[in-house]
Design a protein around this ligand. Structure first.
Ligand SMILES: NC(=O)c1ccc[n+]([C@@H]2O[C@H](COP(=O)([O-])OP(=O)(O)OC[C@H]3O[C@@H](n4cnc5c(N)ncnc54)[C@H](OP(=O)(O)O)[C@@H]3O)[C@@H](O)[C@H]2O)c1
Length: 271
């Protein structure tokens, strides 16, 4: 049986949907399981029941400090070994993201997976097109960001979910492989042009100041978000690879369309 963790999350729910559409039986696992799903909270060992699971799609559970993320991934991997899982598919971070604030937890998890004795496939996911849109700020005059003219090879989340489903459906064919799954290089000015608005570039220090002043953010988030802006601005995240097209066997969803649709929906006067 395939189990997909984080079943209420966006990537995992799309992955489960893809598997269902291809008639591949799979079980969702969640901290708040729906009917027919299994309860699994990486932070609560009492819920770590991976019996009857052969392939575990371990969707990273970020949104915390590195040590907490690594510890929760370690706990679920220990349970996977104990309960006889044979293959783990991990949703990691693109190789170009090595300098991002949250890269270390992903790379440490990759090390843990390789040391676990399980068969594995690592999906080094690029940054979501939906995330790129959400990181642009709407002003009355148009869009604002600290990305400058730097490109991000943004990728539709649904394409990453489809790739996870392809691999989970035939894990042996992908054992020991690391795939780098990114989309097409797109800049903030490209997005503004496509939306017919202007883009104003702000400096990284101004952006950092805004993040630090935002009391809705958790302590790990300002450095994490600033690292994304810095990485894009300085051209580290605009590379492409053929891996995703090859895994899917079809063209990708157009990331610029996904970004502009998402950004348009986030425009204050559209809400
Ligand atoms: N590539 C990118 O651009 C990008 C952007 C943001 C995040 N990410 C990473 O990719 C992951 C999936 O992205 P997403 O868009 O699906 O994020 P999402 O919609 O926020 O879903 C994340 C899910 O992780 C699960 N989770 C969190 N803490 C957990 C815990 N302690 N134990 C078990 N599950 C836990 C939760 O699932 P349940 O509610 O079902 O328990 C949560 O809904 C994120 O968790 C994050 O690590 C990647």
């Amino acid at each position: 049986m395939i189990m997909v963790t984080g079943a209420n999350g966006q990537l995992a729910s799309l992955t489960l949907q893809e598997l269902a559409e291809h008639n591949v039986p799979a079980l969702g696992a969640s901290r708040s399981p729906a009917e027919g799903q299994r309860r699994l909270d990486f932070d609560d060992p009492a819920t770590h029941d991976l019996t009857s699971v052969s392939t575990l799609v371990l969707v990273s559970a970020g949104y915390a400090e590195d040590d907490q993320v690594i510890a929760r991934h370690q706990r679920v991997l220990d349970a996977a070994v104990r309960d006889g899982v044979t293959h783990v598919v991990y949703t990691s971070l693109t190789g170009d993201g090595d300098h991002l604030g949250f890269a270390l937890a992903h790379r440490a998890t990759e090390h843990l997976i390789k040391a676990s004795g399980l068969n594995w496939t690592i999906l080094r996911n690029g940054l979501y097109a939906e995330l790129f849109a959400a990181l642009l700020t709407w002003t009355p005059d148009g869009l604002e960001s600290a990305f400058g003219d730097g490109a991000l090879s943004a990728v539709a989340r649904a394409d990453l979910a489809a790739a996870a489903a392809v691999v989970a459906g035939d894990p042996t064919a992908h054992a020991g492989r690391i795939y780098d799954l990114v989309g097409e290089p797109i800049t903030a000015p490209d997005i503004a042009e496509s939306l017919g608005v202007t883009h104003r570039s702000i400096g990284l220090s101004e952006y950092r100041g805004r993040l630090l002043a935002d009391d809705t953010l958790l302590p790990f988030q300002p450095p994490m978000l600033a690292s994304i802006a810095s990485g894009v601005r300085h051209g580290f995240l605009g590379n492409t690879t053929p891996d995703l097209v090859q895994l899917l066997g079809r063209p990708l969803a157009d990331p610029l369309t996904v970004i502009t649709d998402t950004a348009a929906a986030l425009r204050p006067d559209a809400r």
